[in-house]
Design a protein around this ligand. Structure first.
Ligand code: GLA
Length: 366
């Protein structure tokens, strides 16, 4: 076989979460889509016991042994090394060789660039080894790499979104049962546009705020005598009156109301009731701003301006503290909304945002 024949190419998209933020590690619901932008991994397997990784965004390659351990590789290549490590722990032997990464997903923008890199690496290594692993297990291996090798205490949403995504559809993910149900989401077919507004204010989930939100939710669940907030979902936010700490109560209220908004969004999409979808997006943003407190003035300005300029609804997407806002807009109003957002951001002295009309893309694949 020639080198070209041995080379494996595998790519994975970034994701936009339409609604359902920080619900994943609370065993709730989310409704993500894939981005058209993808991270591509090209892998040439070799016979040695190390992997050399290059990235088109980095000057130097990184080499590590296949039996790598957490702490050995840091920075961008830790996501790749973490996947190799997590695959081993799951009992899958993969070859070493030379890997190159070309990134199409913006880093630190709340679009799951880390999970895109993990899932593309995982897919390339499994293909090269001729191993078939189901998508839920793949998501768990990739998440383990991020949690235990990189050290970011994230949930399973990004990986499941990336692995299950389909064009013109969103995925209703149930994190209790680990299922993904495909839901039609095709704004273009209704003369609507989904705008992705990147503030270019970047975030870091290995930092303390994400972990602090997670700890708040866990304390609230413990005060309720349950192992996850999902167990009190049916009782609604009124169940939270026994939680002693008012801040924990607000955090948990976001989770319980957000889960309901996800389910209501699925119903509204089923009825093609896009004004209701927009209302739910905006309500989700308010809950992230007031109860979960993961937005910033910059992000609030973008979301508020989009709605004031005529968007049906707008919300921050992703883990928070920067990143992107999505807005659902009449196709005819795209220019007005984009112009109003650019103008208000400029006047407030923030960096010029990037505004693109986007569409649900394909999931990870070779
Ligand atoms: C990040 C994490 C996900 C999820 C979101 C918030 O993207 O990686 O697991 O918790 O934040 O919804």
């Amino acid at each position: 076989m020639t080198e070209v024949e041995c080379t494996v190419r595998y790519s994975a998209p970034g994701r936009i979460n339409l609604i359902g933020e920080h619900t994943d590690y609370n065993f709730g619901y989310a409704l993500p889509i894939a981005l058209p932008e993808r991270t591509l991994v090209t892998f040439l397997p070799g016979s040695g016991d190390s992997l050399v990784v290059r990235s088109d965004r980095e000057a130097d390659p990184v080499e590590f042994p296949l039996n790598t351990i957490p702490g050995e590789v840091t920075g961008w290549a830790a996501y790749v090394a973490g996947v190799v490590w997590a695959l081993q722990l799951a009992g899958y032997a993969v070859p070493g060789g030379e890997m190159s990464v070309s990134g199409g997903v913006d880093i630190g923008s709340g679009l799951a660039s880390s999970a895109a890199l993990e899932c593309a690496t995982l897919g390339a290594l499994l293909s090269a080894a001729g191993l078939a692993v189901d998508r839920v297990e793949q998501a768990q291996i990739a998440r383990r790499a991020e949690n235990e090798y990189v050290g970011a205490p994230t949930g399973l949403m990004d990986q499941l979104a990336i692995l299950f995504a389909e064009p013109r559809r969103a995925q209703l993910i149930d994190f209790q049962h680990l299922t993904a149900r495909s839901v039609t989401f095709d704004p273009d077919a209704h003369d609507l546009a989904l705008l992705l507004i990147n503030s270019h204010a970047t975030h870091q989930h290995a930092g303390g705020e994400y972990a602090a939100r997670r700890a708040s939710c866990e304390r609230a669940a413990a005060a309720l005598g349950v192992t996850s907030l999902r167990e009190v979902q049916d009782r609604g936010a009124s169940a939270l009156h026994v939680v002693p700490d008012p801040e924990d109560t607000r955090r948990a209220r976001h989770i319980i109301t957000e889960n309901q908004r996800v389910l209501d969004t699925v119903d509204a999409l089923h009825d093609s009731n896009f004004s209701e979808v927009g209302r739910l997006l905006t309500a989700s943003h308010s809950s992230m701003r007031d109860d979960f407190e993961i937005t910033t003035d910059h992000i609030d300005l973008i979301a508020d301006t989009a709605v004031q300029a005529g968007a049906l609804g707008a919300r921050m997407t992703g883990g928070g503290f920067g990143g992107c806002v999505i807005a659902l807009v009449d196709a005819a109003a795209v220019g007005i909304v984009a112009g109003a957002v650019r103008e208000s951001v400029r006047r407030a002295g923030f960096r010029e945002p990037t505004v693109v009309r986007t569409h649900p893309g394909h999931g990870a694949g070779g």
